[in-house]
Design a protein around this ligand. Structure first.
Ligand code: NAX
Length: 328
């Protein structure tokens, strides 16, 4: 009999939470024979809505769910968790500067990092979704000194999935034909989806789609601005696709990647000239023992290097502002 995997989700009553919890509970994240215990974390004003979400989870009678905890107490919410999915964060309001947002959310992620440090399993893995997710993840990592840095992640998988579909539609092939596509840098419009190393079937993307101008001047900005396009169309930000990307990220960090790479923001050790110590998106592979590694030997053009450097520069600036405000 398998022990349940205990998963904490913050912002559990929010839009992404509502799209995410049912997929975790159904087995999409850890497989159809892996029991899960859900620790649902909200802030006090969200607790009533959270009770409703928990009622709906109950009403699904998911056979894999062993327990549902609802709390606004972080020491309860992160107790003994195997995964902490940090989705909740304070949205930017009218008149709020980016620096204000970094400071406000920074405080939240200091508190969550500490609570994870003190309550979660030592093997806990932390995936930050709430924006600015890279810098929030860095702050949580710094605030959890007993948890190895390699156990902190931020999410760029939605950007990777968006990029794959754009390329597939342009080439007129099913999306599963697109592989080896890494989004580099910050989860922000500055990110770089590396079409030069990606493949369609066995061919290079640039051999199938020979329109360089489209790749550079349409594809790259369309991927970077996709979040805004969704807001414009739907009147609300991406939720089901973001939740799907959380499922993809956790599932793919939990199983061997058999040669495929995926975009995950991890702490940089200076790979490919990225500034050491920031949490930035890199091409990740998982080996048979379940350990992730940055894929080696990716050849980056001067164009790609410039794009990646610009996105990482933004991360250095975010770090400076946030750490300055938080006194880290
Ligand atoms: P919602 O505003 O619908 O939900 C957020 C929920 O978090 C609310 O229920 C709120 O009460 C709760 N919350 C706020 N502060 C909290 C705290 N300190 N502890 C626990 N819960 C807290 O937002 P939603 O659409 O679900 O988006 C959540 C976050 O994901 C946002 O920061 C958003 O910017 C970010 N996104 C990140 C993406 C990525 O690819 N990394 C893509 C989608 C999304 O934009």
């Amino acid at each position: 009999k398998k022990e349940p995997i205990r998963v904490a989700v913050t912002g559990a009553a929010g839009n992404i939470g509502y799209a995410l919890l049912f997929r975790i509970a159904s087995g999409a994240m850890f497989g159809p024979d892996q029991p899960v215990a859900l620790n649902l974390i909200e802030i006090e004003p969200g607790m009533k809505a959270l009770a409703g979400v928990a009622m709906e989870l109950d009403d699904c009678a998911f056979p894999l769910v062993t327990e549902i905890v609802q709390t606004d107490d972080l020491s309860v919410g992160f107790k003994d968790v195997d995964w902490a999915l940090l989705v909740g964060s304070v949205p930017r309001k009218a008149g709020m500067e980016r620096a204000d947002l970094l400071g406000i959310n920074g405080k939240v992620f200091v508190g969550q990092g500490k609570a994870i440090n003190d309550n979660a399993k030592p093997s806990v893995r932390v995936l930050v979704v709430g924006n600015p997710c890279n810098t929030n993840a860095l702050i949580a990592m710094k605030s959890a000194p007993d948890i190895p840095n390699e156990q902190f992640f931020a999410m760029t998988r939605l950007d990777e999935n968006r990029a794959k579909t754009q390329l597939a539609q342009k080439a007129g092939v099913p999306v599963k034909e697109v592989s080896q596509l890494c989004v580099w840098g910050n989860h922000s419009p500055s990110m770089y989806p590396d079409f030069e190393n990606a493949k369609i079937g066995r061919q290079k993307v640039t051999d199938v789609i020979q329109d360089q101008a489209w790749l550079r001047d349409t594809f790259v900005p369309v991927v970077g601005q996709r979040g805004k396009a969704i807001i414009d169309a739907r009147g609300a930000s991406s939720a089901a696709s973001a939740a799907n990307a959380v499922v993809d990220t956790v599932r793919d960090l939990s199983s061997p990647s058999h040669g495929e790479i995926h975009s995950v923001c991890v702490v940089s050790r200076g790979e490919y000239g990225t500034p050491e110590g920031i949490i930035t998106s890199l091409p990740i592979r998982v080996d048979g023992a379940g350990q992730w590694r940055v894929m080696e030997g990716v050849k980056l053009s001067e164009y790609a290097k410039e794009k990646i450097a610009a996105s990482n520069k933004e991360l250095l600036e975010e770090r400076e502002v946030a750490f300055g405000q938080l006194g880290l």
